[in-house]
Design a protein. Structure first.
Length: 579
């Protein structure tokens, strides 16, 4: 979905307004359009995004957020944010708040349509009592292991629990005593009475309630039994008047159970469950359980580590909500699972930052350059373009002096054939400044490493000068030694070395040992003195970078968001081919 402006939906919920170009149609949007044409839901479109507050959201959730909020928005409908908070042992208020922040950051607002499954605990209990009364549910006293054995396999039917024929009166009594906290965890469950021989394992008397003597982050100790997802979700949808319950493909086999509960309970609203393929990205995993293992194992620094495919991680790395929404739009909505190349997401962020990021100069691995014939005490303020893609961003001044720093990789004492940057006796242009020529080098006596270059400059080659258009084969970025600021730069790469880390028997064995490189001696131009957390820049010839929350005016810290396409190398290759 493209960037829009803030507006109000028919129900008063604040959301993004419609983008200029609506997204391409897909099978879910076709279903919604057909339902509107037939007036199936009285012209209403009500969707929901129902996360579990047991971790931070990841890029796969972003696809669902964009889809659910987007479809509602396209039809002047509404999308609810509902937390599926039915497992207090894994949930936390921290996750609730992080999910809210992520949805807002992506550009969506649920207005007054914020709900929790825990809002419905009392009504869910009454619905469970109704099923017991109707002979459609029973209290089972099998252990968890016994339940698994009795359930059967994909090729063998299950068998009925010996407790399946308990009377309605006994079941009501036992369920009330479960509610009152008389029984220990694991001693009883409430199960729907459906069909233990069903070819669909989900229909083989699924568990509806289990005993959990854990305090809930919203209801405290009011409950010691908690409803299961399959029972909670469909009833919550019905209570909220959801028209289209959009979920990922792994719930396709759960749809008959979704419909069974609503049919048996005779709810006034029966939403339609529609499944779509979840998002999988190369070199990532989409598992909260494995994310926690990475965090607890110290492989990453938290949910918002820029190597993590969480929305918080992408935000800290410098991704924009516009780029993520555009990515979700372009990959589309499909019925079959597939894996999307990470390069597609990186393309979207490059496209977006190319239009919005200010260009600056930063030297990550400095090499000192002394311009011998430049006046020792002279400083010039040279004009630099902030963004050639957006003239409205204007220009800035960068100081130039006798001593500058360039990248170590931009010099070779003995250059290979197609190396066109600086070398002894060779000329290059310093960006926005002059053409310089390397005349001598200084080496460390102990290591033989080149530590300083001595150059001369041609004063006629400055922009606006008589020889400003004189051609050389390379242009280098630089910073003035006197004026440069120190910075720490964190270079992030993929967290894994294989495109499908989830297929490894132990995913920690395919972690990339070079996923993070920290450079602490970087030098940046002085215009970045006031850079604040979240500011994004293009370091010329280096890539796109974002100011990290760890940064301060006294200790600037930048994260590499994404590298540049190597346009400079391509330019040099094109130049060499014409020789």
């Amino acid at each position: 979905m493209s960037q829009g402006t803030e507006g109000r939906s028919a129900n008063g919920a604040s959301q993004l307004s419609m983008p200029e170009a609506p997204p391409s149609s897909d099978f879910i949007r076709d279903i919604v359009a057909a339902d509107l044409n037939s007036n199936k839901h009285g012209g209403r479109v009500v969707t929901r995004f129902p996360p579990e507050p047991n971790g931070h959201l990841h890029i796969g959730h972003a696809k669902s957020i964009c889809l659910n909020f987007g479809i509602a928005l396209e039809h002047n409908g509404v999308c609810h944010l509902r937390f599926d908070d039915t497992n207090p042992t894994k949930e936390d208020v921290e996750y609730v708040e992080s999910i809210k922040e992520d949805v807002h950051w992506l550009g969506f607002d649920w207005g007054d349509k914020l709900f929790y499954a825990s809002d419905y605990f009392a009504r869910l209990y009454q619905y469970a009592v109704q099923l017991i009364t109707d002979g459609k549910a029973y209290v089972d006293s099998l252990s968890a292991d016994e339940v698994r054995i009795y359930r059967g396999t994909l090729t063998e039917p299950g068998k009925e629990s010996p407790y399946r024929q308990r009377s309605v009166e006994e079941n009501l009594d036992l369920f009330a005593r479960m509610r009152a906290g008389e029984f220990a965890e694991g001693t009883h469950t409430l199960r729907a009475k459906i069909d233990m021989a069903s070819p669909n394992v989900n229909m083989r008397d699924p568990v509806m309630y289990r005993i959990l003597k854990a305090s809930h982050h919203r209801t405290g100790d009011q409950w010691c039994i908690y409803p299961m997802y399959d029972f909670t979700h469909c009833v919550s949808d019905a209570l909220e008047g959801i028209t289209h319950s959009i979920c990922t493909l792994e719930f396709e086999d759960h749809r008959p159970l979704y419909d069974w509960f609503l049919d048996e309970l005779h709810t006034p609203c029966h939403p339609q469950q529609i499944e779509f393929a979840r998002l999988n990205l190369t070199y990532t995993m989409m598992s909260k359980r494995k994310f926690l293992a990475l965090i607890e194992g110290g492989y990453v620094r938290g949910w918002d580590d820029p190597r993590m495919p969480t929305i918080a991680g992408f935000r800290r790395r410098g991704y924009t909500p516009e780029a993520i929404r555009s990515f979700c739009e372009h990959i589309g909505v499909a019925k079959r699972n597939s894996t999307v190349d990470m390069a597609m997401l990186e393309h979207e962020i490059r496209e977006d930052l190319n239009k919005r990021a200010q260009r600056v100069m930063a030297v990550l691995r400095p090499l000192r350059v002394v311009i011998d014939n430049y006046p020792e005490d002279q400083v010039e303020e040279l004009g630099a373009v902030n963004n050639p893609e957006d003239p409205a961003m204007g220009t800035r001044k960068v100081p130039f002096s006798r001593v500058v720093y360039i990248e170590q990789d931009d010099f070779r004492e003995d250059p290979p054939k197609k190396f066109f940057r600086l070398a002894p006796g060779r000329e290059v242009r310093l960006r926005y400044a002059y053409i310089v020529k390397c005349v001598s080098i200084v080496k460390d006596e102990r290591t033989g490493e080149v530590v300083e270059l001595h150059c001369t400059y041609d004063p006629e080659t400055r922009s606006g000068g008589p020889m400003a258009n004189r051609k050389v084969k390379a242009t280098l970025h630089w910073v003035s030694a006197t004026h440069a600021l120190s910075a720490e730069v964190r270079l992030y790469d993929s967290l894994f070395t294989t495109p499908n880390p989830g297929e490894a028997e132990d995913f920690t064995t395919v972690l990339n040992p070079d996923s993070l490189e920290i450079l602490r001696s970087c030098l940046i131009e002085p215009s970045l003195a006031d850079a604040t957390s979240g500011n994004r820049y293009q370091f010329e010839r280096q890539g796109y970078f974002c100011v990290d929350p760890d940064s301060s005016p006294e200790a600037l810290v930048f994260n590499r968001t994404v590298s540049l396409k190597d346009v400079w190398a391509k330019l040099e290759k094109a130049q060499s081919s014409t020789e």
